[in-house]
Design a protein around this ligand. Structure first.
Ligand code: HSE
Length: 314
C-alpha cells in the first residue's frame, strides 16, 4: 500500500438557474484529502488546514470521515482508523459543493483501501445516496457539465461537451453561510404548471445550447422560477446580482450557485470586471465577499496512492 493516499476533489456549482436538482458542473477549485497512515478501527487523528479548520477536526463532525465510515458500513466491513489531513480551499455552506466533495472524497479514500476497488460508476449511487444531491456529487466525481437524474435509488447521468476556452466561470462568495437545509426550507411544496413549464423549457434549452455550442441562448436558458426568487431573499444582494449582472455585455448567464449564497456567472471577456461588479453589489448590501475566476473542471475527483488491503469480497 502506498501512502499518502490522496484524493483531490473539485468544488461544484449546481442548478445553473433552471436546472434545479439536475444540472451541475465541476469547478477548477479543489480540496485535497490525505490518508497518511492507518490506525486501529475507530481511532482517528485529524488535521484540517484552511476552510473549516478546528470545526472539522472532530472526526464525528467531519463529513469526509463520516462518508469513509459509511462506505465501509455499506460494504459490511470494519473501517480502519486513519491519520487524516484535509487541505480545504472550498468555503463551507456557500453553494460550492463542499459537502459533495467531502462525500466523494471519503468514499474514494475508502475505496482505495479495498483489495478490489470499485469504479467511479459503481460508487456513484452510494455517493449520491449519502449526500442527496446528484447535481453536485456527479460533477464532483466525474467532472464536466453534467445532467443527472436520481429517483432515490437509481442514477442516470450524461456529461456534456467542454465549455469554450474563452469563457470563465465567475463565482462571488459572500462571507456568511447558508445551509442547504435552510435554503430548501424556504421553497414552496407545490409550484404552478406555468412555472414548471417555464423551468422545463429553459433547462431543456440549456442542455441543447450546451450540447450544440449555441452559447447565445444561455442567458435565457438559466432563468428560473422554482427556487431563486425565494432563496435570493436569504442573501442580501442576491436579487440585485441576478437582475443587474445579466445586463453586462460580457455576461452569458447568471445564477445562484447551488443553494447559495454564492452567485455564479458565465463570462466572456473581462471576468475580473464582472466579478468586481458582483462583489460591489454584495458590499452595497452590507455583505463582504470575495471572488474567484474559474473554469469548468473536466477531470473530476482524482486519486493517487492506496493499493488496497481490506478484503471486501467481489
Ligand atoms: N440542487 C440542490 C439545491 C443543490 O439547490 O438545493 C444543493 O447544493
Amino acid at each position: 500500500m502506498t501512502f499518502p493516499i490522496r484524493v483531490r476533489v473539485p468544488a461544484s456549482s449546481a442548478n445553473l438557474g433552471s436546472g434545479f436538482d439536475t444540472l451541475g458542473m465541476g469547478l477548477t477549485f479543489y480540496n485535497v484529502y490525505e490518508v497518511l497512515e492507518l490506525l486501529p478501527s475507530g481511532t482517528y487523528q485529524v488535521e484540517v488546514v484552511g476552510e473549516g479548520s478546528r470545526e472539522l477536526e472532530d472526526p464525528a463532525a467531519n463529513l469526509v470521515i463520516r462518508s469513509y465510515e459509511a462506505a465501509f458500513e455499506a460494504w459490511e466491513r470494519e473501517a480502519p482508523g486513519l491519520v487524516f489531513r484535509a487541505l480545504n480551499a472550498v468555503p463551507l455552506c456557500r453553494g460550492l459543493g463542499s459537502s459533495a466533495g467531502a462525500v466523494v472524497g471519503g468514499v474514494l479514500l475508502a475505496n482505495a483501501l479495498r483489495e478490489r476497488p470499485l469504479s467511479k460508476e459503481e460508487l456513484l449511487p452510494l455517493m449520491v445516496r449519502l449526500e442527496g444531491h446528484p447535481d453536485n456529487v456527479v460533477p464532483c466525481c466525474v467532472g464536466g457539465m453534467v445532467v443527472s437524474c436520481w429517483d432515490g435509488e437509481r442514477l442516470r447521468y450524461l456529461r456534456l461537451t467542454s465549455m469554450p476556452p474563452d469563457v470563465s466561470v465567475v463565482v462571488a462568495v459572500p462571507e456568511f453561510r447558508v445551509s442547504t437545509k435552510a435554503a430548501r426550507e424556504v421553497l414552496p411544496e407545490v409550484v404552478s404548471l406555468k412555472d414548471a413549464v417555464f423551468n422545463v423549457s429553459r433547462a431543456a434549452l440549456f442542455t441543447a445550447a450546451w450540447a450544440t455550442g449555441s452559447w447565445e441562448h444561455l442567458l435565457w436558458a438559466m432563468e428560473d422560477k422554482l427556487h431563486q426568487q425565494f432563496r435570493a431573499k436569504l442573501f442580501p444582494g442576491g436579487e440585485e446580482i441576478l437582475s443587474e449582472i445579466r445586463k453586462s455585455p460580457e455576461c452569458m448567464g447568471v445564477a445562484i450557485s447551488g443553494s447559495g449564497p454564492s452567485m455564479m456567472a458565465f463570462v466572456k471577456g473581462n471576468p475580473q470586471g464582472v466579478a468586481g461588479r458582483m462583489c460591489r453589489i454584495f458590499s452595497g448590501n452590507g455583505v463582504r465577499s470575495r471572488f474567484f475566476v474559474l473554469d469548468v473542471d473536466e477531470a473530476g475527483a482524482k486519486l493517487s496512492g492506496g493499493g488496497g488491503r481490506v478484503a471486501t469480497g467481489a
